[in-house]
Design a protein around this ligand. Structure first.
Ligand code: NDP
Length: 305
């Protein structure tokens, strides 16, 4: 069997188009423009790229983008003061603090200072609790993107055996909650799981969120299973030659060995071009949802969990 490729890039473009369409209607009918504020502390190059990309896509779907770039030595008090100001600003419907923060800042404290209704990353303790108890919440973007792709591919997920490899607060745990919410039988695997190959082999749905390049081989995948590869790992690619400074060129791979898994799985997301593009698309969807909720308007259909 050769797996169907779940094209996250195309799916994300569809989600962005849906968001743009609803934003245009919202502006026309109520005069409201959703606004997303992104806070970046310091000059981490990867974070700068993400923030630029988020800002660009926010504007492209017709929303307002507010970027706050703070010095690397910004104090906790100053950062919290900015968050208070954004919490109180009616033009801001979503607030995202780009992680990781410099070491002298307390991430939990900062995230929990965001108004939960504006917490478009879904990391605030209130949103974690609401998701865990099956109540309406802001859902973390990466797992939401995975869920959207799974629902699109399967329709109903009810009764399916799902294994999530990884138990982080930003991917593994919320992913498991979402799959449970869609009535899957969910196993969460992690570094202490005994006989991981056997656990994975039982699954109709495998979500890999580990951060270890190509650790899941095709031999672990049940024939016909759907594989969602969240991992983003950069590895040396000597076949691509060397850079100007003599270093070996690199390429991105997932946590799943794509070549062998694609021979066994029924469907699989590639890396790059799978889960990655869905994450920002879901951030935009969450901002629109937050805006609708703040203004007591009907929520956009198909863009929430
Ligand atoms: P974390 O490092 O926070 O968590 C990794 C998890 O993998 C942990 O729960 C860990 O278990 C588990 N793990 C580590 N080694 C093994 C092993 N040998 N067998 C089984 N489980 C193992 O990572 P994140 O959740 O933040 O991210 C995971 C991956 O997803 C990364 O590659 C990251 O870059 C990517 N990512 C991609 C995003 C996207 O937009 N596409 C967004 C976010 C993340 P334990 O808890 O026992 O230590």
């Amino acid at each position: 069997m050769v797996a169907q490729v779940i094209d996250g890039k195309a799916f994300a473009a569809k989600v962005r188009a849906q968001v743009a369409d609803q934003v245009a209607k919202l502006k026309e009918q109520s005069g409201i423009t959703p606004g997303l504020a992104v806070v970046l502390v310091g000059e981490d190059p990867a974070s700068q790229v993400y923030v630029r990309s988020k800002g660009k896509q926010t504007v492209e779907v017709g929303m307002n983008s507010y970027e706050h770039k703070l010095e690397v030595d910004t104090s906790q008090a100053d950062l919290l003061a900015l968050i208070d100001q954004l919490n109180a600003d009616p033009a801001v419907h979503g607030i995202l603090v780009q992680l990781p923060l410099p070491k002298h800042l307390n991430e939990d404290l900062v995230i929990n200072a965001i108004d939960p209704a504006k917490d478009v990353d879904g990391f605030h303790i209130s949103n974690v609790g609401l998701l865990g108890t099956g109540q309406k919440s802001m859902v973390p973007c990466t797992p939401l993107g995975c869920l959207m792709m799974l629902r699109d591919h399967h329709g109903s997920l009810s009764g399916m055996d799902a294994v999530v490899i990884g138990r982080s607060n930003i991917v593994g745990k919320p992913m498991a909650q979402l799959l449970l919410g869609d009535s899957c039988t969910v196993t969460i695997a992690h570094s202490r799981t005994k006989d991981l190959p056997d656990v994975v082999r039982r699954a109709d749905i495998v979500v890999a969120a580990v951060g270890r390049a190509e650790m899941v081989p095709g031999a672990w995948i049940k024939p016909g299973a759907t594989v969602i590869d969240v991992g983003i790992n950069r590895i040396d690619a000597p076949e691509k030659g060397t850079n100007e400074d003599g270093s070996v060129k690199t390429r991105l791979v997932g946590d799943v060995d794509y070549a062998s898994a694609a021979q066994t799985a029924g469907a699989i997301t590639p890396v790059p071009g799978g889960v990655g593009p869905m994450t920002i698309a879901c951030l935009l969807a969450n901002t629109l949802t937050a805006c609708c909720r703040a203004n007591k308007l009907p929520e956009p259909k198909g863009l929430t969990a």
